[in-house]
Design a protein around this ligand. Structure first.
Ligand SMILES: Nc1nc2c(ncn2[C@@H]2O[C@H](COP(=O)(O)OP(=O)(O)OP(=O)(O)O)[C@@H](O)[C@H]2O)c(=O)[nH]1
Ligand SMILES: [Mg+2]
Length: 335
C-alpha cells in the first residue's frame, strides 16, 4: 500500500533520492514525513528536487472544475494580473496574505478598493490575513463556514503565497490535529494535494503552488531567497531623485532615472537588501543585466516580480535592469 508524506503530500518511496517522497528504506515503515520534509523542518535545509510544474498546473486546473469553496491566496507583495485567474473558479474568496509585511500605516480598505478598481475580478469576498501573526483567522473561519458548499475547502495560489502556513495556523487554533504541513521560503515546497480534516464537516485541501518562471525567486540560490524574502514589516526607503541618479538594489537590479526634474522614489522590499543611490553617468554597475524602459505618467509603481516595487510620484523616464526573464511592469501606485 502506498503512503503519503504528511509534510509535502508526495507518495513516499525509497527507490530514487532525487524524486519526491524519498525516505531511506529502513525508515519507510515508521516515517510520517519524507527525508526532504524532515530536513526542512529540523534543519531549515532545503533539497531542491525537479519541479513537476505540469502536475501542479493539472491540480490547479482541476480545482477550477469544483463547486466546493476555494480560497485563492495572493501574497500582498505579488499583486499582478494573475489575480484575474480567480474568475476561473466557481465559488471563491480572495485571501491577501502576509498582511504583517505591510507598513502599519497602510489601510486595508484602500488596498481592497485598489484591487476592485484595477482588476476585473469576481469573488465572494476579499480578506487580509497574516498566518504568522494569527491576524483575521477568526474572520476567515466565519467566511469559510458561511460560503462553503461541502466539507471540502481548497487552497490555491502561487508557490510561496502562504497556503500551507495558513493551514498550519488554522490547525493550531481550530483543531486537535497534531501534524503540520512543511513550509519554506523556497519555491515548490508542497508537492501534491494534502487533505487536513479539521472536523467532521471541514476538510482543508492544500495544493502545490504555481511556480512562475518570471519571478525573481525562480532558480535562485537558497541564500539569496532568504535575503530577498521579507519576514518583518517592510520599512519603505524613500529617495528624492535628481536627474541623472540611479538606484542600485544589491546586485539584483538597477533603476536609472532619466527625466530632467526632481522626483520621489519609495522602494518596498526586504529590509535585508542593501539599496544605494549612485550617479547614473559615472557608475555602470549592473548595466549588463536585462534592460526594460518605461515612460511613466505620474502615480505609477515599477514592479520587479518577486523582488520589490518602487512607488514613483511624478512623470518619469526610467530604465530598469535586472536578471533575464524576470517580469518587470508598471501599475498604478498601490500605496
Ligand atoms: N511574514 C509572513 N510570512 C509568511 C506568512 N505566511 C507565510 N509566510 C512565509 O512565506 C513562505 C512560504 O510559505 P508556505 O506556506 O510554504 O507557502 P505555500 O503557498 O504553501 O508554498 P508552496 O507549498 O510552494 O506552494 C514561508 O517562508 C513562510 O514562512 C505570513 O503571514 N507572514
Ligand atoms: Mg505549501
Amino acid at each position: 500500500m502506498t503512503k503519503k508524506c504528511l509534510g509535502c503530500g508526495s507518495v513516499m518511496q525509497y527507490e530514487n533520492k532525487d524524486k519526491p517522497g524519498y525516505i531511506d528504506e529502513e525508515n519507510y515503515n515508521d516515517a510520517l514525513v519524507c527525508k526532504r520534509c524532515f530536513r526542512i523542518k529540523n534543519y531549515g535545509d532545503y533539497k531542491s528536487i525537479s519541479y513537476e510544474k505540469e502536475n501542479y498546473e493539472k491540480i490547479y486546473n482541476a480545482v477550477k472544475e469544483k463547486k466546493d469553496l476555494v480560497l485563492f491566496l495572493c501574497d500582498i507583495l505579488s499583486l499582478d494580473d494573475k489575480l484575474n485567474e480567480i474568475n476561473d473558479f466557481n465559488n471563491v474568496i480572495l485571501i491577501i496574505t502576509k498582511k504583517d509585511l505591510l507598513p502599519k500605516s497602510v489601510k486595508e480598505y484602500k488596498i481592497i478598493n485598489y484591487i476592485k478598481e484595477n482588476f476585473n475580478i469576481k469573488c465572494n469576498d476579499i480578506i487580509f490575513v497574516s498566518a504568522t501573526k494569527n491576524y483575521n483567522l477568526d474572520v476567515l473561519m466565519n467566511l469559510i463556514n458561511k460560503n462553503k458548499t461541502s466539507n471540502n475547502v481548497y487552497l490555491v495560489g502561487d508557490t510561496n503565497a502562504g497556503k500551507s502556513t495558513l493551514i498550519n495556523a488554522i490547525i493550531k487554533s481550530y483543531s486537535s490535529v497534531t501534524s503540520y504541513i512543511t513550509t519554506s521560503n523556497m519555491p515548490a515546497t508542497t508537492l501534491d494535494v494534502i487533505k487536513i480534516k479539521l472536523s467532521d464537516d471541514l476538510t482543508l485541501i492544500d495544493t502545490p503552488g504555481i511556480v512562475r518562471d518570471d519571478n525573481f525567486l525562480y532558480n535562485l540560490e537558497a541564500k539569496d531567497v532568504k535575503k530577498i524574502s521579507p519576514v518583518k514589516e517592510i520599512k519603505p526607503r524613500t529617495y528624492q531623485m535628481k536627474p541623472n541618479e540611479s538606484i542600485i538594489i544589491d546586485n539584483y537590479a538597477r533603476i536609472d532615472y532619466l527625466s530632467d526634474k526632481k522626483n520621489s522614489f519609495t522602494i518596498y522590499l526586504s529590509n535585508n537588501i542593501k539599496v544605494k543611490r549612485i550617479n547614473l553617468n559615472t557608475n555602470n554597475d549592473l548595466r549588463c543585466l536585462n534592460k526594460t524602459s518605461f515612460n511613466l505618467k505620474k502615480g505609477k509603481d515599477i514592479v520587479i516580480s518577486g523582488l520589490c516595487f518602487c512607488k514613483i510620484v511624478d512623470d518619469a523616464l526610467v530604465n530598469v535592469y535586472t536578471k533575464d526573464n524576470v517580469k518587470v511592469f508598471s501599475r498604478n501606485n498601490l500605496i
